[in-house]
Design a protein around this ligand. Structure first.
Ligand code: PPS
Length: 289
């Protein structure tokens, strides 16, 4: 029998590749019922999900650190499509949750559960530039063995460009959510802008959620969601999550913009730029690299 967390192959759900263990619970994900008071954090992998989750968590509990530290961020913000042997499926956890829910997803708009379209809850989408995502995703594939082997960096980059990675093509993901941003209540954030001025971006989140906080709470949130604080925080750095080997590459790896320059060769970069122009020709969505 296939070992669910030992490099199982990707599987297709609704045309989108997903990691093997998650596919087993797909029927429950498809039938998942969103509620009007949910808050959804949607991202392509490696785009700042954990960072924005921690910010939202601290905003909602007014930077009550004791509360926020009671359990890991992946428990406070369940990952909708996550399931596997020995791991409670997020759909089960969420179905039992009565309080307003904050939910994480990496699903594309094409495969999001049908109930998404009938409800009117808020969504925070975070996008990160395609090249840094590729690098971060490569290192994540190396350390998180629910994914197939990434191969060499060059092999992984080719798979990524072809969309043969979990959650498919980056371009389809970011463009899909961008397209529906006026149809649904979506705050579309960029990882690079969060790095540039975290306070400004936290203020955007506050406004979107209709929340006000004191300057003191703001300072606490900024301090506890800085890269260094999150890297050292076992409730934020995924060190308590099974099926990851942080000695290969830590989950909280570098937290910078432009690391792609340390990975892409000149020819990989030329090829990627050409691919990128074609992929992004039909959108006004732009990124800072
Ligand atoms: S996942 O697995 O898809 O949920 O990963 P995700 O949280 O989306 O992305 C992980 C990358 O985000 C970086 N990160 C941060 N950067 C700056 N500041 C803060 N506070 C922060 N928290 C997480 C993390 O380091 C991963 O990026 P890389 O480039 O690999 O370092």
């Amino acid at each position: 029998m296939e070992d669910a967390f030992n490099r199982p192959p990707l599987r297709l759900v609704g045309g989108m590749p997903i990691i093997g263990p998650f596919a087993a619970n797909w029927e429950n994900v498809e039938q998942f019922q969103f509620r009007d008071d949910d808050l959804l954090i949607a991202t392509y992998p490696k785009s700042g999900t954990t960072w924005v989750s921690k910010i939202v968590d601290l905003i909602l509990n007014k930077a009550n650190l004791e509360e926020s530290q009671k359990c890991a961020i992946f428990e406070r913000v369940p990952f909708l499509e996550c399931s596997g042997p020995g791991v409670p499926s997020a759909t089960d956890v969420l179905n039992k949750q009565n309080l307003p829910r904050v939910i994480k997803t990496h699903l594309t708009v094409d495969v999001i559960p049908k109930s998404f379209w009938d409800k009117n809850f808020k969504i925070i989408y975070v996008a990160r530039n395609a090249k840094d995502v590729a690098v971060s995703y490569y290192h994540f594939y190396r350390m998180a063995y629910g994914h197939p082997e990434p191969g060499t960096w060059d092999e992984f980059l080719n798979s990524y460009m072809e969309g043969d990675v979990a959650f498919g093509r980056w371009s389809a993901h970011v463009k899909g959510w961008w397209k529906i941003r006026q149809q649904k209540k979506i705050l579309y954030l960029f990882y690079e802008e969060m790095l540039d001025d975290p306070k400004r971006e936290v203020e955007k989140v506050l406004k979107f959620l209709g929340k006000e906080i004191s300057e003191e709470v703001m300072e606490k949130i900024l301090e506890h969601t800085s890269f260094n604080a999150m890297k050292d925080n076992p409730m934020a750095n995924y060190s308590t999550f099974p099926f990851m080997d942080h000695s290969i590459s830590p989950f909280m790896r570098k937290g910078i913009s432009g690391d792609w320059k340390n990975h892409f060769t000149v020819s990989q970069n030329e090829k990627f730029d050409e691919y990128y122009r074609a992929e992004m020709a039909d959108t006004d969505l732009t990124f800072s690299m």
